[in-house]
Design a protein around this ligand. Structure first.
Ligand SMILES: Nc1ncnc2c1ncn2[C@@H]1O[C@H](COP(=O)(O)OP(=O)(O)OP(=O)(O)O)[C@@H](O)[C@H]1O
Length: 331
């Protein structure tokens, strides 16, 4: 059985003049211990997906329809009390900026110990010992001393390690990490990702990794969802998505990777921008930027279908595949 099963999730924002659809009927599953990447350009709906899973969408946003089943229980319909139990205990979220999670006026120890005491029947000393073990797991040196420090006394990298320790504090089944290293120096980004991967593997914790970086997704995850304008446009095993993408948008993202560019060559950006949610084009939302778009693409929204190893929402996938194969033969 899936750990998490998202069905037809639709999230809207009621703005003053109109209601915009930020997530438009997305569905996906994640198994226990599985690592899933969510990629796409800025504004695709990646963060809104993460927030929805934790039931953190607040006004003017709301879940319009759909379900988010966590071990069979619908997160959308949960009471606040049940949500408080589940957050941290079953799933935890790591945000881009550690200071969103850390309280600047409490020591690291106070924050970790209070979290443990709120969820578990433990003495203060037992909670302190667990906090020390968790800090050791994320390679924080002298953890006993760190417990008495305030967040501002620590470096950015150290704070993000502590955030990972806090996410793992209650042994959750799923961690949702939203661009967890974007706010950090490039030199320590890889270390933090490696740590996250190691801990998810050793603790058998599921991971949803939200990022715009396909390189990171290929290192960290087993399956990938590609999002565009609030929809999933391609999904499948990460290896397949990276090596043999079917949707022209995914192909564009991969061609734009620096590794795909020769020295001195310009990066191959996808022309144009993602549409604003107030102005989504008719048909396939990607059609104005797609060099293969036909009249059908401009009028009818493609459904997501199984195509070979992946699921893809593109009317022209068969034609493009056949043309690609022909070009390869002629090469
Ligand atoms: N509080 C809000 N009020 C109104 N619209 C919102 C709000 N938050 C998000 N949206 C809409 O939802 C869209 C998707 O936002 P989301 O943060 O999920 O994008 P993203 O893919 O995570 O992008 P990024 O990589 O920049 O974080 C936004 O472009 C915006 O139109």
């Amino acid at each position: 059985m899936s750990l998490l099963s998202v069905r037809d999730l639709t999230v809207k924002f009621a703005m003053r003049d109109e209601t915009v659809t930020a997530l438009n009927g997305i569905s996906f599953d994640i198994a226990k211990g599985e690592r899933l990447g969510i990629v796409g350009e800025s504004g695709a709906g990646k963060s809104i997906t993460g927030f929805s899973l934790m039931n953190l969408i607040s006004r003017p946003g709301y879940v319009d329809r759909g379900e988010i089943l966590l071990d069979g229980e619908d997160v959308v319909k949960m009471s606040d009390a049940r949500l408080r139990e589940l957050r941290g205990d079953k799933m935890a979220m790591i945000f881009q900026d550690p200071m969103v999670t850390l309280n600047p006026v409490l020591t690291i120890g106070q924050q970790m110990i209070e979290t443990l005491l709120a969820h578990r029947k433990l003495s203060r000393e037992e909670a302190r010992q667990i906090a020390i073990v968790k800090l050791r797991e994320v390679y924080i040196p002298s953890p006993e001393e760190r417990l008495d420090q305030y967040p501002h006394e620590l470096s950015g990298g150290m704070r993000q390690r502590i955030i990972i320790a806090i996410a793992l504090l209650l042994d959750p089944e799923l961690i949702i990490a939203d661009e967890p290293t974007t706010a950090l120096d490039v030199t320590i980004q890889a270390d933090i990702m490696e740590l996250l991967l190691e801990l998810c593997q050793s603790n058998k914790v599921g991971l949803i990794l939200i990022t715009h970086d396909l390189g990171v997704v290929s290192q960290m995850t087993e399956r990938t969802l590609v999002m565009y304008a609030g929809q999933i446009i391609e999904a499948g095993r990460t290896r397949e998505i990276i090596n043999d993408p079917q949707h022209p948008y995914t192909q564009g993202l991969i061609n734009a990777l620096p590794q795909q560019t020769l020295p001195g060559q310009k990066l191959r950006q996808i022309p144009g921008n993602m549409p604003s949610l107030t102005n989504i084009p008719a048909g396939c939302p990607f059609n104005p930027r797609c060099e293969y778009a036909t009249d059908l693409c401009r009028t009818k929204v493609p459904e997501i279908i199984q195509y070979g190893e992946v699921q893809v929402a593109c009317h022209e996938v068969e034609r493009l595949h056949a043309e690609g194969a022909r070009q390869e033969q002629n090469a």
